[in-house]
Design a protein. Structure first.
Length: 268
């Protein structure tokens, strides 16, 4: 019912899409592109979790970080956006990981496990404060993403290294392996977008410009066809009636409407 009313009210005749047209439109859509890239990206980073030869402590964090890079902080699926986003987040990653490692190191100076836990409970929230301020910043478009990733990288080594007894193993398994998982996630977010159904922002602009020119051509064609219908317009003027403009032209062409009203007054 809604489609029928829309086609009746529109000045253009809408062509009904067939099954092949619908499938083609879906295969060329951004939703299909994003779904395929996300599915194959998750499969790639999951290899380091399920394959025994590739598994390492903290490899499951790579899946979480890939979702952050490919979905949460990515405004679109273009190659340039993914590469820019991965490079943009590498700086906060270093700073947050080193800060989390230092907080874990200072907490280990406590003589007892209870003191270690109390020290982490105090130092952890204090270290998150500057990154939380960045999380709500608005000076840059992706400032919120940088703050979110920073707080995530800060908390991961603290939580993952809480039960590790040795300080050397803490830096190796907690800080070092989380860095490796982040590199794998960024590789999956940037390189896979160049291999699997890649797209550029320039292609999107070309499609938008082509669509705008097509719509402009339709409107110009209908406008010219209305103006050129002089015999019918003169016949209606003889009966004291003006030829009404189409509904979509009454607001787009006020000069034509004003000229038509003037002709109606002269005919009377």
């Amino acid at each position: 019912m809604a489609s029928a009313e829309l086609s009746a009210a529109s000045p253009f005749k809408l062509r009904t899409l067939g099954p092949l047209d619908a499938v083609r439109r879906y295969l060329l859509s951004e939703n299909f592109q994003g779904a395929v890239q996300l599915a194959l990206g998750i499969l790639f980073v999951s290899l380091f979790v399920f394959v025994q030869g590739l598994r390492f402590p903290g490899s499951c964090v790579g899946v979480l970080l890939y979702i952050v890079v490919a979905v949460t902080a990515a405004p679109d699926n273009h190659v340039g956006t993914r590469i820019y986003l991965c490079g943009f987040m590498s700086g906060p990653m270093w700073l947050a990981l080193l800060t989390g490692g230092m907080m874990g190191t200072l907490a280990r100076l406590a003589p007892t496990p209870q003191g270690h836990l109390i020290a982490l409970s105090i130092l952890g929230p204090l270290a998150i404060i500057p990154f939380a301020i960045t999380r709500v910043g608005t000076s840059h478009t992706l400032m919120w993403a940088m703050g979110m990733v920073s707080t995530l990288y800060l908390g991961l080594p603290i939580l993952a290294g809480f039960t590790i007894p040795s300080l050397t193993m803490f830096w190796q398994r907690s800080v070092g392996f989380i860095f490796v998982a982040a590199v794998i996630a960024m590789f999956g977010g940037s390189v896979l977008s160049m291999v699997i159904l890649p797209s550029l922002a320039s292609h999107k602009i070309e499609d938008e410009v082509a669509f705008a020119l097509t719509q402009l051509g339709h409107h110009l064609s209908h406008t010219v066809s209305h103006i050129m219908r002089q015999p019918q317009q003169q016949q209606q003027q003889q009966h004291g009636q003006g030829m009404p403009l189409p509904e979509h032209l009454q607001t787009v062409h006020p000069l034509i409407l004003q000229q038509q009203q003037q002709q109606q007054l002269e005919a009377r």
